[in-house]
Design a protein around this ligand. Structure first.
Ligand code: SIN
Length: 531
């Protein structure tokens, strides 16, 4: 088996991964591995933008207060303060790299968007394809950096760990080249997970296909602590159309005045929250879920017709064009929308600098749980967290060189089994669908003990099958991702079962009250049920 040596291994090529790679590259060589092509990441699809205090009349304290309010009592206030306060320096860095944030007509002043839960306009955006511009800006920089190599179409299979002096150390990872089928290892002093989120654990998601919870699952299997996985954020407004594959209608559309209405055009959000359609996401998603379930609706609608075609085409060119492709003219028609899984507020438990409980293993971006989001993420705080923590993780690593020389550590060759007979591939596809449908039906916006128990039994059965049938055979991208979504599904269910209250994004009909004092859910390898 081929073993490559690098100073730093970064798994994931979105904003968090590329930020950490850029800042580490002056101190050693960096390998970035990514499952598809280098621009395929959750970052690339972000529409809304980056929340950051830039106006004189805005303050860090106001942004912090909005974040804590959305987080429903579970944010770590020190972490929130650090990330919010580091924001302006990181935005300047992005601008210096050429990031084309939208300015107000004929001026240098930033055009700031507004989203749910924010008391001010404070979202820096680049039209309605902010993420695509960020991805291109960073790749442009990284591609000309001789100390950074990007390997595309490369999946992380598992981390390589060693127990040294009573502690678990990560010394790299086993990887699969999905084009050639070759399995190889990378040995590195630091391995940084920047794999994004877990949207594909659910049947309906706004996330791209790469969001299969890889980082969370491989970290858990390596002994990392995983925090608050029950807090899955459902975005309230994905386009409802059979061919749209959950295309997102950005919250910025509500920020510009869109109202949530029923098919007759009657607004309903005032019945749920004084902030109406711009209430935090957990409230809006639950309200829509309630409207759909109690009134038997297939979807609800966004109404922004009053803003007119000229404004809509200018402010939301991508969304306008996409809706038009599906036969919806935002200036004339109501936009049919439904909620879909969007963001994983929990993840690998880290400090604000990205450190996990496994030595040599860091995590940044959506895969990490720093304490910023608590029980519900404030809109557009995630790109902020990714860039701030990417920078901070690199600074922490530079200040803490590894004492152990990992190049002396032997990595055992990967043990190959026989090939999967081709007729088994249908079982992989079936199990994929079953995990995602089960999670959508039983572990969605509103939960009950009974549904969670049912989900756990099914997911444990699937996990047993995965272990029994597939991993003695050969590894493919599909089987790796199936194993990862099944492990993440189990972690979400176990976390949800242990929370005996309703808080933020976790709503239980059996425990409707919010407890006065609450705590984080933390799971490690020992949580795996023995049935
Ligand atoms: C959106 O544009 O609505 C998504 C923004 C976010 O999830 O932060």
């Amino acid at each position: 088996m081929k073993v490559l040596d690098y100073d730093y291994l970064v798994i994931g090529s979105g904003l968090a991964g590329l930020s950490v790679a850029r800042h580490l590259s002056a101190h050693g060589n960096v390998l970035v591995v990514t499952k598809k092509n280098r621009s395929e990441s959750n970052t690339n699809y972000a529409q809304g933008g980056i929340a950051c205090v830039t106006l004189e009349e805005d303050t860090f304290d106001m942004h912090i207060a909005d974040t804590l309010d959305a987080g429903a009592g579970l944010c770590d206030e020190d972490v929130v303060r650090t990330i919010v306060s580091d924001g302006p320096a990181r935005m300047k860095e992005l601008q210096d790299l050429g990031m084309p944030f939208t300015a107000k007509d004929g001026s240098n002043e930033l055009d700031l968007g507004r989203e749910g839960g924010h008391s001010m306009r404070r979202i820096l955006h680049a039209g309605d394809i902010t993420g695509e511009h960020i991805q291109a800006t960073l790749l442009n920089d990284v591609d000309s950096n001789e100390n950074i190599k990007i390997l595309e179409y490369t999946h992380a299979i598992d981390l390589v760990t060693r127990n040294l002096n009573g502690m678990t150390f990560c010394v790299g990872a086993y990887l699969l080249d999905t084009k050639s089928g070759e399995i190889f290892a990378v040995r590195a002093s630091y391995t940084i997970l920047a794999t994004g989120g877990a949207g594909k654990v659910y049947l309906y998601t706004s996330n791209p296909d790469v969001a299969t919870a890889g980082g969370i699952s491989i970290a858990w299997r390596a002994g990392a602590e995983i925090r608050n996985m029950e807090f899955i954020q459902f975005h309230p407004t994905c386009l409802y159309h059979p061919a749209a594959k959950s295309f997102l209608i950005s919250e910025a559309v509500r920020g510009e005045g869109a109202e949530l209405v029923d098919a007759d055009g009657i607004p309903f959000m005032a019945n749920y929250d004084r902030r109406g359609s711009l209430a935090p996401r957990d409230i809006v998603a639950r309200a829509i879920d309630n409207e759909m379930k109690t009134r038997g609706l297939e979807c609800v609608y966004l109404d922004i017709r009053h803003k007119g075609k000229e404004f809509l085409m200018k402010r939301f060119p991508n969304i306008y064009a996409k809706c038009k492709e599906f036969g919806v003219d935002m200036a004339i028609d109501l936009i049919p929308v439904v909620p879909a899984a969007h963001y994983c507020c929990g993840g690998v438990k880290t400090t604000v600098d990205g450190c996990t409980n496994v030595q040599g293993l860091m995590a940044v971006g959506e895969v990490a749980s720093t304490g910023l989001h608590g029980a519900n993420r404030l809109a557009s705080n995630s790109l902020l967290e990714a860039i701030v923590c990417g920078y901070r993780a690199a600074q922490w690593i530079i200040a803490h060189p590894r004492k152990v020389d990992v190049s002396d550590i032997t990595i055992p060759p990967w043990v190959f089994g026989d090939a999967v007979p081709s007729d088994e591939q249908v079982v992989v596809a079936h199990n994929w669908d079953e995990v995602r449908t089960c999670m959508w039906d039983y572990v969605g916006i509103v939960r009950t003990d009974k549904r969670l128990e049912r989900a756990l039994t099914r997911i444990m059965n699937i996990r047993r099958e995965i272990r029994q049938y597939y991993f003695d055979y050969f590894v493919t991208a599909d089987t790796l991702e199936l194993r990862n979504i099944a492990d993440a599904a189990m972690l979400i269910i176990l976390s949800a079962m242990s929370r005996k209250e309703s808080r933020g994004l976790h709503t239980s009909l059996d425990y409707p009250d919010t407890m006065l004092v609450s705590h984080d859910t933390v799971l490690d390898r020992s949580c795996e049920p023995k049935f």
